[in-house]
Design a protein. Sequence first.
Length: 278
Amino acid sequence: MFKGRGLVIATKHEKEKVIAPLLEKGLGVVCFIQEGFDTDTLGTFTGEIERELDPIAAARQKCLMAMEGSNCDLGIASEGSFGPHPSIFFVSADDEFLIFIDKKNKLEIIVRELSTETNFNGSDIKNEQELLDFADAVKFPSHGLILRKSKTDNSYIIKGITNLEDLKKSFHLMLEKFNTVYAETDMRAMYNPSRMTVIKNAAKKLVDKVNSCCPQCNIPGFGVTDVKKGLECSWCGSPTNSALSFIYSCQKCPFEKEEMYPHKKTSEEPMYCDFCNP
């Protein structure tokens, strides 16, 4: 279905470096990027342009724009969000969505990769030592930094700082000019190897899902669409919030399949039971 077809990767931040090799090997497509394609029109991490769409809608719009601009009927785009992990308190997370669109076969396949392997951070900086301490903590210079007047001020921003000399020079320039400096991690993919790894893992997951075909109609993208909770507690037998089964379904035909005990265990530890550990 995909072998030999051109596929446009909707990016301006070099995501093709980790996405293209996996898709070309796993799906047989020929990947390319649209020169001059500007994903920043849909929002920037630094806030000059607010993202008005949710992550999946933004990724879809990004993908369709690149497909239209390059006259290609096959495309892929990613969209990342950063902030507190939804279930692990006080831990930052990188939440990446990848969308694969095939207009020719009317397919849309989406995967999500949620990871705590991120350096996402920011801090008000008062002097050079605080700057250097922050830089060390967030893996500078392998990971880029951004300096701005304050966390919420978008009027003066220096992005993509990747060497110590530029970092010190930019810091003292801003401190002298504004008397306040806010440092933050540059979360654009080409300046953030940690994020690039998460995107790569999402791309692997996408290839697996595209290659998973419906047992009934053989359409790609057969995957988990629902999770049934209720795995029994090993002590009292009460249902817990842990997964009892996964529901797989096809996006083209009505076929569904239920996989019991997807995590290879038939009961849950009492510590996850609301009755044994209220």
